[in-house]
Design a protein. Structure first.
Length: 286
């Protein structure tokens, strides 16, 4: 092998001696290019394979969660609708009686005021309907359109329903105490029936904004406006009946103003503040 390499060198030297200067220059360029290509071929790194086509495209965005995306709450709404439909006969009778109770004040008991067990269950069902639909509407009022995963969405909505139920129980208890203190047993009973009447009718109509917020959140502004209008109308009717019961002379207006501030304005503002606090601190509370 060394002998063959030596012979090749001698042959190349002899051949180069017979070349002209221009031929020698061309030969050097050819050898230099060959060496460069050999070095480049030895150092080139093969290119990485292209990624598959399904990995390319626009980056997706997170879809906002709605109340309608949660099967648990949908089951609750469906169950409520079914129960109201099954008790429609009793609910219609109760609502027919409540239509008079919202405005009229009687000084003696009516023989038709007693309810059967089916009508008593209908009264409870109408109150539950008011609590659920008002809680969903309150959720839409404090939550807005920001994104939440489905777990906190259900937790927040149920917390708004629980807050509405607590507010209802507080009002019923407070009205019972005020009626027991400042009026007769019959007028207190009529005042409480007027409260249940306005809340039942409000719950019946509150289903429109609540279901709109659930299935059509794009119409949230109109739904919230309608819900506020329904609730305020129900409160005005109840306050009007309370004024007819408790008004005796001009001096009673002072006590009535104190009642409005203590039981109608301050508790409602406290409930809304509590709802906003729960919404802002949801992830710290669960």
């Amino acid at each position: 092998m060394p002998q063959q390499l030596s012979d090749s060198i001698h042959t190349l030297t002899a051949d180069s001696a017979a070349l002209t200067p221009s031929d020698s220059l061309n030969l050097c360029d050819s050898l230099l290019c060959a060496d460069t290509l050999a070095v480049t071929a030895a150092t080139v790194i093969p290119a990485a394979p292209e990624p598959p086509a399904w990995l390319s495209g626009m980056e997706g965005t997170q879809r906002p969660w709605r109340v309608a995306d949660n099967s648990g709450l949908l089951a609750l709404i469906t169950l409520l609708i079914v129960l109201v439909a099954m008790s429609f006969r009793y609910c219609r009778r109760v609502l027919a009686g409540y239509a008079q109770e919202m405005l009229t004040v009687r000084r003696r008991q009516n023989v038709f005021d007693e309810h059967t067990s089916g009508e008593s269950q209908a009264v409870i069902l109408l109150v539950i309907q008011f609590v659920v639909y008002t809680g969903i509407t309150l959720y839409g009022a404090v939550h807005g359109r920001s994104m939440l995963p489905p777990g906190p969405t259900l937790t927040l909505t149920m917390s708004m329903i629980a807050l509405t139920a607590a507010y209802y129980l507080f009002q019923y208890t407070a009205y019972s105490v005020v009626g027991y203190t400042f009026t007769t047993a019959e007028l207190r009973r009529q005042w409480l029936r007027g409260f249940n009447a306005t809340q039942s009718y409000a719950g019946l109509f509150m289903g429109i904004p609540a279901l709109t917020l659930t299935f059509y959140p794009s119409a949230a502004t109109a739904a919230l406006f309608l819900g506020a209008l329904i609730y305020i109308t129900a409160r005005i009717l109840f306050i009007y009946k309370g004024f007819r019961i408790f008004y005796t002379d001009y001096t009673s207006c002072l006590y009535f103003i104190l009642y409005l501030c203590t039981l109608e304005i301050i508790p409602l503002a406290a409930v809304y503040s509590a709802a906003k606090y729960i919404n802002a601190n949801l992830f710290n509370l669960i």
